[in-house]
Each structure stands twice: as C-alpha cells, then as structure tokens.
Design a protein around this ligand. Structure first.
Ligand code: ADP
Length: 393
C-alpha cells in the first residue's frame, strides 16, 4: 500500500510517498516556484537527493514530473502502485469535522470557503485538480487543518462581538495546525496508554499554536478566525488590541489589509527584534546581549507561558504538556525557559534530557507534577493514515 501526502501552496508542492505497510517514507521532496520563472524541484529517496531546475508553468506540470521521476528513479515500478493521494487542506470551516474522500462537492466547498483562506484554499484546489488530471482513477482524501478544532464548544469558539458577525459572516474561532495537534494526541495516547487525559499541545514553529485537549478532543486553541491570533510567532504578532490597526493605518497612510500584512509578515520575533524571525538567530544575539532580541525572546516565551497557564486552569489540571515543530522540537533553551516560568505548577525538567533531539523524549523529572514531552510532529504521516483509512486500505 503506497500513499502520497501532498501539501500544495500557491507556488509550491511538497510531497511524501509512504509505504503504509511500515509507515516508512520512500521518497519526499518539494517543487518550487510553480508559475514563476526559475522553477526547481528536489526529490529525496534512498539516501540520495535529486535536484533539478525546470520551468513549472502549472501544478499539473509539477505532478507530471513527480510521477515520471518516481517511476524513472525506480522508486515505484508503475503508477499502479499508488493507492491513494492525501491532500493537506487548510480551511473546511465548520462543515468539515474530519477528513473526507475528495468529491466535486469538497472542491466546490473549498472554493466557497476561499475568503477564509485566500492564499491556501485556491492552492489546495490546484493540487487536487493536478492529481485528478494525471491520476484520474486514484482516490483522494482531504485532511483539513481546521477539522480537529471542531469539537470546541460555543463558549470557546465565539468572539464577544455582535452575534450577526457570526451568523451572517461566519466570524468565529476556527483554529489551525489541527493535523499536527491530532498527531501529538495520538502519540500521547500510545505513551500514556489511555484515552482520557488532559494535554496541552504546543506546536511552536515559524507559525505557532497551542491547543488544550481533553479525552482526545480539542477544547480550545490559540489561533482563531485566522492564523494571526494567539501566541507571538516568527513573523506574526499573535493577539493584539485591534484598535492598533486603524491607528497605524492613519499614521502610515496604509489601508487595513496592508497593516494586517505587517502583522502577519513583519511582526512577532522579526518585528520586535528588528533582526530575524528565526529563533536560532535570536538566541545567538541574546548571547551577545542584543537588547531587542532579548526583549523579543522574553515576550515570545511569556506568550507561550500565558497560554499554558490559561489552559491549565481551563482543563482543571494537566497530565502532559508536549512541545513540537521547529522551535518546540529543536530549541532546548526555549523549552527550559518556558518550563522554568511554569515551576509554580510543579513542573520540573531534567536539563540533560531536555538537550536530547530528534525523538519522542520525556524531559520532565520523575517528581514533576506534570509530564513534559518533546514529540516530533508528522502531519504528512497523519494525512497518509487518514487516506489509507478512508480509501478502505
Ligand atoms: P513552519 O512549519 O511554521 O514554517 P517549522 O515548524 O518548520 O515552521 O519551524 C521553523 C522554525 O523553527 C525556524 O524559523 C526556527 O525559528 C526554528 N528552529 C529550527 N531549528 C531550531 C533550533 N535548533 N533552535 C531554535 N529554533 C529552531
């Protein structure tokens, strides 16, 4: 059983090909600059990496090259070996509460929900259409970033704004990174050996969100109507007072979407430090006592601590906290600082264990009142698992 996981962006297409007998990755790679001059792709397989430059006018070009190469490089013998294609889909609004087999209706809905994810949903459709053209008889499954958060109750997902904004325009919290938070939940089910536990899942990458999970279900999450809200991120502000927007519009002669663009792309670590959105650069500068980088790091840690504390209360105590994604998996100093600030909850971590990398690790000490784990996330595998399940493998 071989399944391809696809993450299609407006000018890129990432893929992972899984052998689902042992859930191993047989090949993975990315096609970049689709529809832009200077297209290129790379394919990793069997310890090797193929890199090529080629013009990619459309997503269909990328998919055609991908499938040709899989056969040419003998990664698969023929296209018949591909049993299913799973697509990462960003926004399924409140209609899609779980993954689905992709039909015309799903594509139509993705298009209808376009204004909720103007960059992602149209790109997701391009990815689906490309595979439909090239592999018309292979079943496809859509795995929504928003789906895991559909178990939030009204109290969590409603904003305290005029009710008609919700009923007329769909203004509510949707949440994102759901596939990652669901993967972490599955891993923790295995580790704890039970279904009913209280978990805080911290997906801290360039984008970041924290989710409170009870008995395997999301009860609240930090991202909201869009991925801009919640914790401070690499380039996104996270929560701010909305009145800042018209104030800056007037000061800088910008329109609302330009200011929101600044909040998405020029804020967070990058904005506060005026230096970098990458936590590695920030930590390096902190060693040199760069004041803005020190401030950016303290604020970043504080936002994470604030939300963990909030969710601790919401869940009525916590069994485990997990760190995942680029910063969460790789930055021992970040985890140490967050956990030190949570010491009042009885959290203690082992500094040697905290320095381990690359695998699931319990970093809390035996006498810590809450277990703390590092769990590498694997959204691609989650997509492949859902695909296999829904195509009846
Ligand atoms: P996204 O999927 O949101 O683009 P990732 O989860 O890949 O992001 O995370 C990327 C971020 O991870 C980088 O911007 C960088 O800040 C951070 N990162 C990666 N490795 C390290 C490290 N060793 N120490 C600190 N931060 C790291």
């Amino acid at each position: 059983m071989k399944i391809i996981s696809i993450n299609a962006g407006s000018s890129s297409l990432k893929f992972s090909l899984f052998d689902m007998r042992n859930e191993s990755v047989i090949a993975s790679g990315v096609f970049e600059r689709i529809g832009i001059e200077g297209g290129k792709y790379s394919i990793k397989y069997n310890g090797e990496k193929l890199q090529c430059e080629v013009n990619l006018d459309t997503h269909t070009d990328a998919v055609e090259i991908l499938l040709d190469k899989l056969v040419e490089l003998r990664i698969i013998r023929s296209l018949n070996e591909i049993d299913g294609v799973g697509h990462r889909l960003v926004h399924g609004k409140d209609k899609y509460k779980e993954s689905v087999v992709i039909t015309d209706e799903v594509i139509h809905d993705l298009d209808n929900f376009r204004e909720f994810a103007p960059l992602h949903n149209p790109a997701n459709i391009l990815g689906i259409e490309a595979f439909r053209k090239v592999l018309p008889s292979v079943k496809m499954v859509g795995v929504f970033d928003t789906a895991f958060h559909q178990t939030m109750n009204e109290e969590a997902y409603m904003y305290p704004v005029p009710y008609s904004w919700y009923s007329d325009y769909g203004v509510r919290k949707y949440g994102f990174h759901g596939t990652s938070h669901r993967y972490i939940t599955e891993v923790m089910k295995g580790i704890l050996g039970k279904d009913n536990f209280r978990l805080i899942s911290c997906h801290i990458g360039n984008g970041g969100s924290i989710t409170a999970i009870k008995d395997g279900k999301c009860v609240d999450t930090t991202m909201g109507f869009t991925p801009l809200s919640g914790i401070m991120m690499g380039t996104r502000s996270g929560d701010i007072d909305p009145s800042i927007i018209p104030y800056v519009m007037e000061k800088e002669g910008k329109n609302a979407s330009e200011v929101v663009d600044d909040l998405n792309k020029k804020s967070g670590l990058l904005g506060m430090s005026s230096y970098s959105n990458d936590m590695r650069d920030i930590l390096e500068e902190c060693e040199k006592q760069n004041e803005r980088c020190l401030l950016a790091k303290v604020k970043y840690v504080r936002r994470v601590v604030d939300y963990i504390a909030q969710y601790y209360v919401l869940l009525g105590g916590v069994d485990a906290i997990c760190f995942t994604a680029g910063v969460g998996e790789n930055s021992a100093p970040f985890r140490r600082e967050v956990c030190e600030k949570l010491a009042c909850l009885g959290i203690k971590i082992d500094l040697d264990l905290n320095n381990k990398r690359g695998e699931v690790t319990k970093i809390s000490t035996d006498d810590s009142l809450i277990s703390v784990y590092v769990v590498p996330t694997d959204e691609e595998l989650m997509i492949a698992r859902d695909t296999l399940r829904l195509i009846g493998g």
